[in-house]
Design a protein around this ligand. Structure first.
Ligand code: ASP
Length: 442
């Protein structure tokens, strides 16, 4: 056992430091907002130089460092997914297991998304957030065509895996990595050498993840400072009912629906899952991107929750792409809200269409900031609602995007744990150990 030196053992855990970075960022952001006042900037002269606070700090230092932080997370995603998935599949002793893993995880992801959107529609009809509102907009939006089922499947297969990697097309990368991994496992001695090399590369990539995580408190600080210095809270007042209903439903989904599903399907204590998700949820919250958070989600699933990497290397990247329960909830509430504002009555078949389109759209779209609105455009188009309605909610979407991304990644880890438990690939000792995988800054 390694005993930490006294100075080390008193160091705060990384989660605590990230949390402090986040709060400090919110505080500093507000302070800047206050200093810049109504005009949104403060310009003064210093030794003949004209200095704009907004250009120097908000768009300059905070924005620049924040972008570099997000890029460092994103740069890890493609190599991490590819390498860990090749390691995972090439180590599977039973090829049938892969089919089972795929069926179980896709089934659970689709099921939770459908539950999320159905609950959202029901609650939105109950609370009627758009009734009596008279909002108008002259912004134009054009919706992309909603994907059809055949196209969704065809698009999963890469014609050029290098292009898939360059574009970060997650489903294509997953398919190629799985095929490559299976081939490695079938290739005898040479396969063993390739597999060993991939395992070594995996260790190196995880080292980079650790390095990036060590600077996360600062990254999160600048992201929050930039956001809270520029966000307009007055828009929330006008849309208070929509905002709070949606926020409430996201919280309900994370803290009530997930625990129930988790308990029923795995028999494990959901409070442990939620507690261990804090770090990842903070990352998701500050980056608004399931994709950028993927290295952290993977680390949590493996080291904090005890999911064997042969399962997490498959379920987590898949989840980051096709599982967006938080986003689905937004789409349910937003569709009802927009229908009510425009005075359109939706029929039961319209609602079924909304559920189907939102679920299919979430399969084909990557988890990046704001993508929920693009999916919403497809959904509105399908049920003949005015796509311009999106302009009504766009003002409050930034904060809600942060919240729903935190829900999305929680769902990814939950499904990963359930699948791992059912395959006997969950290390229960790690799962129950509250200290497992906690990181101290190195
Ligand atoms: N930002 C979300 C995610 O990455 C997607 C969205 O709802 O816009 O999971």
């Amino acid at each position: 056992m390694t005993v930490l030196p006294a100075s080390e053992s008193h160091r705060l855990s990384l989660t605590a430091r990230i949390f402090i970075g986040m709060l400090a960022g919110v505080f500093i952001g507000f302070l800047f907002k206050l200093i810049m006042g109504e005009s949104g900037d403060l310009v003064f002269s210093f030794f003949g130089l004209t200095i704009s606070i907004k250009a120097l700090f908000i768009d300059g230092i905070f924005n620049g460092i924040g972008q570099i932080f997000i890029a460092s997370l994103k740069m890890l995603v493609v190599p991490l997914v590819f390498v860990s998935l090749v390691c995972g599949t090439s180590s599977l002793s039973d090829p049938n297991k892969l089919g089972r893993l795929g069926a179980k995880s896709v089934g659970l992801y689709v099921m939770t998304t459908a539950i999320a959107i159905a609950t959202a529609i029901f609650m939105a009809l109950l609370f009627a957030p758009g009734e009596g509102l008279n909002l108008s907009t002259d912004t134009q939006f054009t919706a992309k065509e909603a994907p059809n089922l055949v196209q969704v499947f065809v698009d999963m297969f890469p014609a050029n895996p290098i292009a898939s990697m360059a574009q970060g097309n997650m489903l294509q990368i997953i398919i190629f990595a799985v095929i490559f991994g299976i081939a490695v496992s079938l290739s005898g001695e040479p396969g063993k050498r390739v597999s060993a090399a991939f395992n070594d590369i995996n260790v190196v990539i995880m080292k980079i993840v650790t390095m990036v995580m060590n600077v996360a408190p600062y990254g999160v600080f600048v992201l929050m400072a930039k956001l809270f210095a520029s966000i307009g809270f007055d828009t929330i007042l006008g849309l208070a009912k929509y905002f709070f209903l949606l926020a409430g439903l996201l919280i309900l989904h994370a803290f009530v629906t997930y625990p129930i599903i988790f308990k029923i399907l795995s028999g494990l204590n959901p409070l442990i899952l939620l507690q261990k998700m804090r770090n990842t949820a903070l990352f998701a919250f500050s980056t608004s991107s399931s994709n950028a958070t993927l290295p952290i989600t993977m680390d949590t699933a493996n080291n904090r929750l005890g999911v064997n990497s042969s399962v997490s290397s498959f379920t987590i990247p898949l989840g980051a792409t096709i599982n967006m329960d938080g986003t689905a909830i937004m789409q349910g509430v937003a569709t009802v809200f927009i229908a009510q504002v425009y005075g359109v009555d939706l029929s039961i078949s319209d609602f079924l269409m909304v559920i189907l389109t939102a679920t299919l759209a979430s399969i084909g779209t990557a988890g990046v900031p704001g993508v929920g609105l693009i999916m919403l455009a497809m959904v509105l188009q399908q049920v003949n609602l005015p796509v311009e309605g999106i302009a009504l909610i766009i003002g409050v979407d930034r904060l809600l995007d942060m919240m729903r991304t935190a829900v999305n990644v929680t769902g990814d880890c939950m499904v990963s744990c359930i699948v791992a438990k059912s395959e006997d690939e969950l290390d229960l000792a790690v799962f129950h150990d509250m200290q497992a995988g906690i990181r101290k800054p190195e």
